[in-house]
Design a protein around this ligand. Structure first.
Ligand code: ZN
Ligand code: ZN
Length: 158
C-alpha cells in the first residue's frame, strides 16, 4: 500500500528516522504506528533493525527500491564493518545537527562515533535529567521524563 505523502530520504539518514518522518508526513504521531505492518518491535525501530521483509514492505509503501532502503539500515552497517560490534547500545545524537535538520544520522549509530565531527561536541545519549533518550523523544524534541528540549538551534553565521 503506497503512502500518500512520501518525503525524500537523506543520504546519511538511518531508516528508522525516515520511518518517523514518513509517519509525520502522513499525519501520524510516531513512526511506531508502522511497527505491526513491518513486523517490527518498537525496540527494532529504535535500533534501526529492519528485516528483509520489513524493507520489502517499506519499499511498497514508498516506491523506494529495497536495495536503496537497505543501505540505511543497521544490517547494512554491520556488514560494512565486521571488526567489532559497530552498533551502539544506546541511541546517540548531536543536538546541533538536529537543530539544523531534524533527522537521525546513520553515523551516530556506530559505537566508535562519540563526537560530532561537524560541531566538535560529544554525541549525547541522554537528557540532562539522566533519562536515556529514544528516537521518539529526539524526533519530538522532548525528554519523556522531564519534557526538556533535546535539540539546540544554532545561531546562523553570515
Ligand atoms: Zn552535529
Ligand atoms: Zn529529561
Amino acid at each position: 500500500m503506497l503512502l500518500n505523502a512520501r518525503p525524500t530520504i537523506f543520504e546519511d539518514e538511518c531508516l528508522s528516522s525516515y520511518l518517523y518522518r514518513l509517519a509525520y508526513a502522513n499525519a501520524h504521531a510516531s513512526g511506531n504506528v508502522y511497527a505491526r505492518k513491518l513486523g517490527m518491535t518498537v525496540s527494532n525501530i529504535n535500533n534501526n533493525e529492519f528485516s528483509e521483509q520489513a524493507v520489502k514492505t517499506l519499499s511498497e509503501m514508498t516506491c523506494y527500491p529495497p536495495p536503496e532502503l537497505k543501505k540505511h539500515t543497521a544490517i547494512q552497517q554491520e556488514k560494512r564493518s565486521k571488526e567489532e560490534s559497530p552498533l551502539r547500545r544506546r541511541m546517540r545524537f548531536c543536538p546541533l545537527c538536529l537543530g539544523e535538520n531534524r533527522y537521525h544520522r546513520s553515523a551516530w549509530n556506530l559505537n566508535w562515533n562519540t563526537v560530532c565531527l561537524k560541531h566538535g561536541i560529544m554525541l549525547k545519549d541522554k537528557c540532562e535529567c539522566g533519562r536515556i533518550t529514544s528516537l521518539h523523544s529526539v524526533m519530538i524534541n522532548g525528554c519523556l521524563s522531564c519534557g526538556k528540549a533535546l535539540i539546540r538551534e544554532t545561531a546562523k553565521k553570515g
